[in-house]
Design a binder for this molecule. Structure first.
Ligand code: GLA
Length: 439
């Protein structure tokens, strides 16, 4: 559903856009400030659920009452998130994507929810979500229309930010369709960030600014980080291995630019987790979970929690993998090397620990083995002088203590991943453990 950024707009709208832009340039307080985004949110990657990949723009509640975009869907998902262990492991934001709006603004220019599908309105839904100890996210667009053609926020940034704050919204996903110039796109993303801050409500700001900017200009990530809590770089994720692969390939090819800018308060967003749907094998789901942890990605699931399989649920609720994703050192991991159809990724963690993922990209044959020399990990320090290695995925098991100069042999299924955690140990700890293990 990603659509081209430049869309024809009516002359009146375009004039409105230009006037608003000039006004912002002329009025100094409308200029981006050096303060940037300082909202204290997303200190670790946001976790929650977002409707888009699984439910898209289904507005046909008559024929498909259980899967259309309606308050019932979000209430049911909220209930399950609170009662089935999702909230306990950290999934907190339940997020509405496109297609929640009525086709027109109200008489005072405010966005309104579709009255048939959201009879109680968004404020009521936010209250419900909050009563479950969760937070509510909503969707809007920087341009004249949302990608699915509902009212855009252009010219209404302050009104919309205030409306969302009044309703008790906790996160805004701000899309980039139907904006008529790159200047308006950049200004719009900044203006909405400032407008959200002015409401005084804590609202996580999720942007797609670099994605829409890239075809025309190289995104300035230092600036984007000043205004957004996370940002999409790459087109929409689909429920397929090809889509996961493309996202990983784009990320590793651009890692020198995007990895250094990620950190507490601002994260690269490789889009939703599609685990628990139809298109990924068990091994591919493991790869997505492991790599989203390595990439310090927001963990926004898009699936049907009402009917998810126990295996997918256990994978998504795996506390050790989530701990890697949420690690407080706040550094995004990167691809260390690629050889013989294997990719090795690593991520530094708190207390000098490291996460390492080895992906077997070969889509033919059976499990293949890969042997890692431990000196090659963590810039030579991950296992120096010794380390305890735990396999987190696909199985959970302590592999034991290893010396710096040793190596580790792994076996990985086609398109699967082995995710490891390495904890450095002192020599004393190491010899004690070796002795006690042998007792
Ligand atoms: C764009 C975004 C998607 C989704 C749709 C909604 O394609 O990238 O994530 O929000 O719009 O229309």
């Amino acid at each position: 559903m990603m659509t081209a950024m430049v869309r024809p707009v009516s002359r009146v709208l375009r004039l409105g856009c230009v006037l608003a832009f000039c006004f912002q340039v002329l009025v100094p307080c409308g200029l981006p400030g050096a303060w940037g985004l300082d909202n204290g949110l997303a200190m670790t990657p946001t976790m929650g659920w977002l409707h888009w990949e699984r439910f898209m723009c289904n507005v046909n509640c008559q024929e498909e009452p259980d899967s259309c975009i309606s308050e019932k869907l979000f209430q049911q998902i909220a209930e399950i998130m609170a009662s089935d262990g999702w909230k306990d492991v950290g999934y907190e934001y339940i997020c509405i994507d496109d297609c929640w709006m009525a086709p027109e603004r109200d008489s005072e220019g405010r966005l309104q929810a579709d009255p048939k599908r959201f009879p109680g309105g968004i404020h009521h839904l936010a209250d419900y979500v909050h009563s479950k100890g969760l937070k509510l996210g909503i969707y809007a667009d920087v341009g004249n229309k949302t990608c699915a053609g509902f009212p855009g926020s252009f010219g209404y940034y302050d009104i919309d930010a205030q409306t969302f704050a009044d309703w008790g919204v906790d996160l805004l996903k701000f899309d980039g369709c139907y904006c008529d110039s790159i200047q308006h796109l950049a200004e719009g993303y900044k203006q909405m960030s400032l407008a959200l801050n002015r409401t005084g409500r804590s609202i996580v700001y999720s942007c797609e600014w670099p994605l829409y900017m890239r075809p025309i200009f190289k995104p300035n990530y230092t600036e984007i980080r000043e205004y957004c809590n996370h940002w999409r770089n790459f087109p929409d994720i689909y429920d397929s291995w090809e889509s996961i692969r493309n996202t990983l390939d784009w990320t590793s090819s651009n890692q020198e630019i995007i990895v250094p800018v990620a950190g507490p308060g601002g994260w690269n967003d490789p889009d939703m987790l599609v685990i628990g749907n139809f298109g990924l094998s068990r091994d591919q789901q493991i790869t997505q979970m492991a790599l989203w942890a390595i990439m310090a990605a927001p963990l926004l699931m898009s699936n049907d929690l009402r009917s998810i399989s126990p295996e997918a649920k256990a994978l998504l609720q795996d506390k050790d993998v989530i701990a890697i994703n949420q690690d407080h050192l706040g550094k995004q991991g990167y691809q260390l090397r690629k050889e013989d159809n294997f990719e090795i990724w690593e991520r530094p963690l708190l207390n000098l620990a490291w996460a390492v993922a080895i992906v077997n990209l070969k889509e033919i044959g059976g499990p293949r083995s890969y042997t890692i020399t431990l000196t090659s990990l963590g810039r030579g320090l991950a296992c120096n002088p010794n380390c305890l290695i735990t396999e987190l995925l696909p199985e959970k098991r302590k592999l034991g203590f290893y010396e710096w100069t040793s190596s580790l042999k792994t076996q990985i299924n086609p398109t699967g991943t082995v995710l490891l955690r390495l904890e450095r140990t002192s020599s004393a700890q190491f010899s004690y453990s070796v002795v006690s293990d042998s007792l």
